[in-house]
Design a binder for this molecule. Structure first.
Ligand code: V47
Ligand code: SF4
Length: 370
């Protein structure tokens, strides 16, 4: 297959050099990463699959999880966000601790292994409010893994509690936090970041929060929000910063490219990128992030069909069953307005793509192979 790429006549000399480096599993420089966007999409798929296969063979991971979104009230106004509201604004919600515990109760006798908690940055809630919430969830579900709060939420709640970053993260760990999701990274390039989310934590703050979390033993995920105002160079610079941090800490579990969805937000006018662009983003992430084991396609955002195709473009993880418990993407126009997939459906989706379904826990220990 690889020989056929060379003899296909579709590669320039520079692209042949890059292809050789990929096959030898040598690290790409940023200019080479940018050149990947000019590759033929089929060739990118083959190269990304080749690297994915070295790391994960034909396994595709998923987990059994549900989401809690405690509130969509947010002090910020990111222009790509369809989800946030101000206090008392129509469409806002604020679940009480009791509402949340009731939801946790409903999973008491299930085989769910993870709860993913993210929401808006509420002006009146600090670290201790959310810490108590985690502690009480774990009283009900003692074995659950709590993956909670983007770096942006953490930044705000820790400052509100007048703690420094390390103290705050340690305190949350004590309350029961197990890992940190990848949101809030958006795009690190300062000019574009200013245009899409000018008020919230900077790229440096996002990176420092994740680095500090890794240092104290909290693993995390990483994301990019792509397909809005950024260009290919910005995307590679973003991946570069993540690759550098991963070199230092090895604390990232997975990388999740998040496609900008356009409904009901002020950035709608830029539209959405097409499926080929999505597949390119997945393949390039796999190739460029040579020190990340896992690349995740988040199916509630991409849709089930594209997620399935992405498994031939370097993706080895399609998140979880979700159980209709997230609104971030349905409010931004995702095809699936009630995102839920049974384990049977997830397994079927993976098997019909010619891959081997593996149920995992949050940190990629195998729970069951199908
Ligand atoms: O930071 C908001 C994104 C993120 C839109 O770690 C949007 O496993 C596209 O953190 N179009 C939050 N994206 C979600 C998040 C997450 C999601 C899935 C898996 C994991 C994980 C983490 O959602 C935000 C922002 O980048 N987002 N609005 C939108 N209109
Ligand atoms: Fe708030 Fe997050 Fe929406 Fe930004 S993306 S406005 S931080 S909820």
């Amino acid at each position: 297959m690889i020989q056929e790429i060379f003899s296909s006549g579709q590669l320039t000399d520079l692209q042949k050099k890059i292809t050789n480096k990929i096959i030898q599993q040598e690290r790409l420089a940023s200019e080479e990463g940018i050149e990947l966007f000019n590759f033929n999409i089929g060739i990118l798929g083959i190269l990304a699959s080749y690297l994915n296969n070295k790391k994960n063979q034909d396994k595709v991971f998923f987990n059994k999880n549900f989401h809690i979104e405690p509130t969509n009230i947010c002090v910020y106004d990111c222009v790509f966000c369809s989800y946030h509201r101000k206090i008392n604004q129509e469409g806002s919600w604020e679940y009480s601790i009791n509402d949340i515990l009731e939801k946790a109760e409903s999973y008491k006798n299930s085989d769910i292994t993870e709860v993913h908690i993210v929401g808006g940055v509420h002006p009146n809630r600090d670290l201790h409010y959310y810490g108590e919430m985690i502690r009480k969830i774990k009283e009900i579900l003692p074995n659950i893994h709590v993956k909670a709060f983007t770096a942006v939420e953490l930044d705000f709640m820790i400052k509100k509690a007048h703690l420094n970053l390390e103290e705050g993260l340690l305190k949350l760990k004590e309350y029961g936090l197990d890992s940190i999701p990848g949101g809030g990274a958006e795009i690190f390039e300062p000019e574009i970041r200013k245009q899409v989310c000018h008020e919230k934590s900077t790229a440096e703050q996002w990176l420092t929060i994740h680095e500090t979390a890794h240092k104290i033993g909290l693993p995390s995920n990483a994301t990019i929000l792509y397909g809005h105002l950024e260009n290919n160079r910005h995307r590679i610079e973003h991946l570069d910063k993540l690759r550098d941090l991963q070199d230092r800490t090895n604390g990232f579990n997975t990388f999740i490219p998040l496609k900008f969805k356009k409904a009901n937000n002020p950035l709608s006018y830029v539209g959405e990128v097409n499926i080929l662009e999505d597949l390119k983003m997945f393949a390039i992430s796999r190739i460029y992030l040579d020190n990340f084991d896992h690349i995740k396609a988040y199916w509630p955002m991409l849709g089930k069909d594209v997620s399935q195709i992405s498994l031939s473009f370097g993706v080895d993880d399609i998140d979880g069953t979700i159980d209709d418990s997230t609104k971030i993407y349905s409010m931004a126009g995702a095809k699936d307005q009630k995102p839920t997939m049974t384990t049977k459906e997830l397994i079927e989706l993976i098997k019909t793509a010619g891959k081997k379904p593996v149920e995992r826990d949050t940190v990629y220990n195998t729970i069951r192979e199908y």
